[in-house]
Design a protein around this ligand. Structure first.
Ligand code: ADP
Ligand code: ADP
Ligand code: MG
Length: 448
């Protein structure tokens, strides 16, 4: 078992990882950018080491600094969290080369699934349905237009290295295709240093349903059920829940089966997520695999009782899975609201600054995964996620009522937050009735 782990991240996920490590008797080392000297993860870890300042490329994305920190502090493993270096194969490979354990899948697997166009191909070979689209990435405008015509408009031009909802553009018809194509390419080039794009049919009013997988080094693969993440703004998740409401037993079983089959096909090892779009007609299509822990993993933890971070660490340590599929019991309904430092009245512009007052909600069935405290100044440089409010109830209705009760207790003054916005969202008639799809938030008139 790993004895000392470096947490190569910041914010709530760094705190989340430190918490599981401590319960497992594993020592932790935090890395921090100078702007994060007072951050919670910096303070909670057994040791903390500064790895740079300024642009994230000089700190949390600086592979040589992160690995030097790991070697200097004598850790035996590194947990990458999500974002940053979590899906960087070079990072995983370099760690392995210096004799450290990367808590995640092998580097080759990250390569194979990280390129979203390549992952589509692999899933087709595995017999998993994918969204109709181009066979691979497309470089030239002329070829791209031909592909789009073959697939049929509307289409989505997507970055092969994309993530976090960035690098994708919709094209409604031939007239706007050229613009969408070149915009997606340049956005991808800037955001991911890789301008390659592929094309998918734009699925109308889909739901985003994903399946959490755990797989060990001995060929055991299990799933922890599905999550619905259809409540999105600009292709970014805002509210997530488990189980997905209103699925037929057949669709649910089909999703689970496809996810396990996909993980088995690529010999997956670690925690991972298969993301699907579920069309209104009940057909589902693979969109991508995230070879890392996801932001919304706690909703699966609450309905299964499995600590996904702890399992990830055990798997990376070479231990067999502690659970067989039949050991996993699904209980009740869980829901998560992402609490961001942003101003909904100013187009969700980030709103960093000093947290003057903070009151966290509590009580029966309420969990807060955060990285904030009163007196902390939220730096402007990083992600705007402050905390995740996660609740569990016997039923979906109970979870919604509990979420709204907890949201109404939550007080943060200083930075503007989306707490009020979340109250409006969870109060929507369509949401309460489970009539959700990825375009619902955009459809609504929020000025009322
Ligand atoms: P999840 O997939 O876990 O639900 P997000 O899509 O919001 O969550 O991604 C989690 C974090 O990782 C966000 O901060 C996002 O900006 C970042 N991220 C995800 N994919 C990439 C990527 N390919 N490159 C850079 N950052 C990414
Ligand atoms: P990222 O890597 O940024 O997470 P994904 O490929 O997972 O990108 O897509 C993110 C979201 O974008 C999906 O949850 C969905 O809302 C929307 N989306 C992606 N592909 C399609 C598609 N082909 N049709 C309709 N919506 C899509
Ligand atoms: Mg995704």
């Amino acid at each position: 078992m790993l004895k000392r782990v470096l947490v190569a991240n910041r914010g709530e996920i760094a705190v989340r990882i430190i918490r599981s490590c401590r319960e497992m008797g594993i020592e932790t080392v935090a890395i921090y950018a100078e702007e994060d000297t007072d951050a919670l993860h910096t303070q909670l870890a057994d040791q903390a080491i500064c790895i740079g300042r300024g642009d994230v490329r000089k700190s949390y994305l600086n592979i040589s600094n992160v690995i030097s920190a790991a070697l200097l502090t004598g850790v035996d493993g590194v947990h990458p969290g999500y974002g940053f270096l979590s899906e960087n194969a070079t990072f995983a490979r370099t760690l392995q080369n210096v004799g450290l354990v990367f808590i995640g899948p092998e580097a080759d697997l990250i390569d194979r699934m990280g390129d979203k166009a390549r992952a589509r191909q692999t899933m087709m070979e595995a017999g998993v349905p994918v969204v109709p689209g181009s066979a691979g990435t497309i470089e030239h405008m002329k070829d791209a237009l031909e592909e789009a015509q073959r697939i049929g408009f509307p289409v989505l031009v997507k970055a092969a290295s994309g993530g976090g909802g960035r690098g994708m553009r919709i094209s409604l018809d031939e007239a706007d295709f050229q613009e969408a194509f070149s915009q997606a390419r340049s956005e991808a080039e800037i955001a991911f240093g890789d301008g390659s794009v592929y094309i998918e049919k734009f699925v109308q009013k889909p739901r985003h349903v994903e399946v959490q997988i755990l797989a060990d080094h001995y060929g055991n693969v299990i799933h922890l059920g599905e999550r619905d993440c259809s409540m999105q703004r600009r292709n970014q998740k805002v509210v997530e829940e488990a189980p997905a409401p209103g699925l037929t037993a057949e669709v649910r079983a089909g999703l689970h089966e496809a996810a396990v089959k996909a993980a088995q096909f690529v010999n997956y090892r670690s925690a991972g997520t298969l993301e699907f779009l579920l069309a209104p007609d009940g057909n589902f299509y693979f969109i991508e695999m995230n070879t890392r822990v996801q932001v919304e993993h706690p909703v699966s933890e609450l309905i299964t009782g499995v600590d996904i971070i702890a399992e990830q660490i055990r798997i990376a340590s070479g231990e067999p899975l502690q659970y067989r599929q039949e050991d996993i019991c699904f209980r009740g309904h869980a829901m998560e609201c992402r609490i961001n430092a942003e101003d909904p009245t100013r187009n969700f512009m980030p709103s960093p600054g000093l947290i003057e007052e903070l009151h966290l909600p509590g009580g029966f069935g309420v969990r807060v995964d955060g990285a904030i405290y009163q007196g902390l100044t939220i730096p402007s440089r990083f992600d705007s996620l402050l905390a995740k409010l996660i609740v569990h109830g016997k039923t979906r209705d109970e979870a919604i009522a509990r979420m709204r009760r907890a949201l109404s207790e939550f007080v943060i003054t200083g930075p503007k937050t989306n707490i009020e916005f979340q109250l409006k969202l969870t109060g929507l008639k369509e949401f309460r009735e489970g009539q959700i799809h990825t375009g619902l938030i955009l459809e609504k008139n929020w000025s009322e």
